[in-house]
Design a protein around this ligand. Sequence first.
Ligand code: FAD
Ligand code: PYC
Length: 418
Amino acid sequence: MQDRFSAGRILREALGGNAGWRPWRRNPEPKPRYDVIIVGGGGHGLATAYYLAKLHGIANVAVIEKGWIGGGNAGRNTTIVRSNYLWDESAAIYEHGLKLWEGLSADLNINVMFSQRGVLNLAHTLHDVREGMRRVNANQLNGVDAEWLDAPGVKAFCPLIDISADARWPVLGATLQRRGGTARHDAVVWGYARAADRLGVDIIENAEVTAILRDGQGRFDGVETTRGTIKARTGALVAAGHSSILAAMAGFRLPIESHPLQALVSEPLKRLLDCVVMSNQVHVYVSQSDKGELVMGAGIDAYTSYTQRGALHVIEDQMAAACALFPMFSRVRVMRTWAGIVDVCPDASPIIGATPVPGLYINCGWGTGGFKATPSSGWTLAHTIATGAPHPLNAPFALKRFETGALIDEHGAAAVAH
Ligand code: FAD
Ligand code: PYC
């Protein structure tokens, strides 16, 4: 009875009822050889497989996942989607993603519950105000929708926020991207999985990649997995927080640190917050899910770790800040907390492209902000694999930039990442 109104039930029915709620073929036996192997069955790996099959006619693809698809960051994130990044390179790739989001439910034939409810980035100091106004100007120049709101404008858009002058975190204004919002993460994973599966992609779960195989010339030749050897002449590592481990198996190093990033949901509440609010200054952000839970997140834990749990003091301090911004939240109970392992590059920008191993590509370094990029990440990596050359959208995000020094320092836009 309790399940009667749950979003999971609605989604399962949309996918064909309980009998078929797991919408891709059940874990096929791996074939001995594929055209392309993708390591990592998160949103990015599945999106890559889907666009390879759909846009480039390459469907003899295996997505190899050590656990279950969507069990990594794809299923642990807080689903904020926006494209209001500062630098031209970032604005271009994230805006391409936002446009794909706007057609994604129709493309995948599943309701990914993309809700463009608007994203506020609060300013609490003069520095924040200047940074926010600069970002609004940069976004507008790049054709990305962005507005500056003063404090009364913030209150009008989001009446719950305390904007009083003596507040612990005084609100001086905010950037607003109205086209930003949230989506349902498991629907995104299942949607890409089902669509890729229907085009012929094999999604192989419970298969951990334990070694990367190379031929006599050093070219990528396949992988060893806990379900046996799987061969292909082209591969892609799309393993988010575990990318450095896989790169080490292939014999190269990445400029990446893996950190826990945690979030929580409250008990379900009646509808009270109809937008997304982020504060870069206090590293806290909040939205309300369709089930009524407040979805809140913190900044990364400062230490590196693969434990998939975060330190209590980090989230405790940041929830104190959330209660200062939204005094009525202090009476709300926490229902569940968790963490994922995010892969942070020194410039807080991703890596999408070739590796030093011929035939092997990589997509990683999205850190705290890759959910919103799921469509454009998969789309650009698929283009790169299919054509053997980067698309102009991902060319600036090559691994080589750490040799050339052409970094894309997005620290201004992704505050929870540092
Ligand atoms: P994952 O889902 O982690 O996929 C990688 C997969 O690789 C995993 O399933 C893993 O099991 C698999 N794998 C690893 N090693 C191996 C191996 N050896 N063999 C086989 N498989 C392997 N981004 C936003 O844009 N907005 C947000 O609001 C947001 N909030 C976040 C909140 C939290 C708490 C966290 C943790 C992240 C958040 N992110 C957010 C970041 C976003 O979740 C990630 O950048 C993005 O999901 C990474 O891509 P992915 O989905 O493919 O990764
Ligand atoms: O990149 O917008 C973002 C984000 C919000 C929370 C975590 N990442």
